[in-house]
Design a binder for this molecule. Structure first.
Ligand SMILES: Cc1cc2nc3c(=O)[nH]c(=O)nc-3n(C[C@H](O)[C@H](O)[C@H](O)COP(=O)(O)OP(=O)(O)OC[C@H]3O[C@@H](n4cnc5c(N)ncnc54)[C@H](O)[C@@H]3O)c2cc1C
Length: 395
């Protein structure tokens, strides 16, 4: 696709809302009707080089799980971090290692908006305690690259933690402007199933038994693994819901358009990506009942391997197993949703075309490669599901 032919509406439809285009090219983002910040101007020829959706055009550069140099199963050696964090606290521990070994002076990441905890703000942590205090997953809209110039100080270096799409944009932005990579040499991410809308937050609050007037604090998961989604009301009343219901019945039901068609829930552009490494039940599927947290920690680059080895040597991470040789054959058991979503993308795209909608322009080789291992029945289910969603006006 030549730059001149890129339809600005295509860029808006599949905008990830990361905000890097504001930092690099001064673009503006406005909230769409669901409250997702979306680019409203900008030069498509420039945006093509940074927007995550364009990465998957052309020939496939890797298989379903991305490039894997090393994959370890482990968790934070600090019991408090392991308990409080989203999974096993590996991301937090890697960031603490980078600060304490003076590889960087700050961590660019995301925390709650103190004025409304169903929202987020981008932040910089300069000490281990600050990083630890901001662990945990926020299942809400984040725009972590919009304020980069305001967040970074001259002469300092940073690691960035963000969603896979944020990291993909930043990696591509660094290719356009290598000086950005000198200031942010480490990119970390997590597996991601999508960014819930403002309506999804309201739906969750109602289902848990509260509302905007009464609600004060929310923890989406953590304080255990996966931990309960927990809301504290202004009068101190505490309400809880199982994480799998909070995500499965509420948050995950209304996500950004790009998230529905995301080919990168796995942080393909990161130096290191961390994810849940669920225990398997007797039927061989993930068991979401409460356990002590643990991660799969995948180093995708040499820099990632050095970071991971350094954190392991410093004993801040406790390692259970080297999963590297098993990624290709066994990771699908522990992360079936990511595996299915990638493998059914070709079917979803065909369904969109049938309904005369414009799907993302992903390279045929990726779709074929990712879908080749998956059962036809599953693909048909996703095909029909997409047609139904279009007919119901949900896409
Ligand atoms: C929207 C969303 C969807 C997810 N979907 C999946 C999934 O499908 N499969 C899976 O295995 N894991 C998923 N996770 C990731 C999972 O919850 C853990 O974050 C991951 O396993 C790492 O755990 P940890 O204990 O090492 O992280 P922690 O040590 O708790 O650190 C989490 C880090 O992530 C940053 N962060 C939290 N929320 C956001 C946000 N919204 N935007 C940017 N940065 C943020 C924090 O600043 C912190 O640095 C998702 C997370 C989010 C926020």
């Amino acid at each position: 696709m030549s730059a001149e032919k890129i339809d600005p509406k295509y860029i808006q439809s599949y905008c990830s809302g990361c905000g890097l285009c504001h930092t690099m090219f001064g673009c503006e983002l406005k909230e769409d009707k669901k409250g997702f910040p979306t680019v409203v101007n900008g030069n498509p020829a420039e945006l093509k080089h940074i927007c995550p959706v364009f990465y998957y055009e052309g020939a496939a550069k890797h298989d379903v799980w991305g490039r894997v140099k090393k994959a370890l199963i482990g968790y934070s050696s600090d019991a408090d971090v392991r308990f409080k964090a989203a999974s096993g606290g590996a991301l937090t521990e890697l960031c603490v290692y980078l600060l304490e070994s003076r590889k960087v002076t700050g961590i660019l990441h995301t925390t709650y908006d103190p004025a409304d905890q169903t929202k987020t703000i981008a932040c910089v942590s300069n000490t281990a305690d600050e990083v630890r205090s901001r662990c945990g997953s926020r299942y809400s809209i984040s725009v972590p690259l919009y304020d980069l110039q305001e967040l970074m100080r001259d002469g300092e270096t940073y690691a960035f933690v963000g969603k896979p799409c944020d990291v993909m944009a930043l990696r591509r932005g660094i290719e356009v402007d290598p000086s950005l990579g000198e200031r942010i040499p480490y990119l970390l991410s997590f597996f991601c199933a999508g960014e819930p809308s403002v309506n999804a937050q309201n739906d969750l609050l109602a289902a848990i038994g509260t509302n905007r007037e009464k609600f004060d604090e929310i923890t989406y998961r953590g304080n255990g693994w996966p931990g309960y989604t927990t809301v504290t009301e202004k009068d101190g009343n505490v309400l809880k819901m199982e994480y799998k219901n909070a995500w499965g019945k509420h948050l995950g039901r209304d996500i950004r358009n790009l998230c529905r068609f995301c080919l990168d829930g796995t942080g393909d552009a990161a130096d290191i990506v961390c994810a849940d490494f669920w225990y398997l039940g007797a039927d061989g599927t993930p068991d979401f009942s409460e356990h002590e947290g643990r991660n799969i920690i995948i180093a995708r680059t040499e820099r990632g391997v050095e970071m991971l080895d350094g954190a392991v040597d410093s004993q801040s991470l406790t390692i259970e197993d080297d999963f590297t040789p098993k990624v290709d054959t066994e990771l699908k058991l522990y992360q079936p949703a990511q595996y299915k979503r990638k493998g059914t993308m070709g079917s979803m795209i065909r369904a969109m075309r049938l309904c005369r909608r414009k799907p993302p322009k992903y390279g045929k080789e990726y779709l074929k490669k990712y879908g080749s291992h998956l059962d036809g029945k599953v693909k048909r289910k996703f095909f029909l599901g997409t047609v139904k969603r279009v007919l119901k006006g949900k896409i």
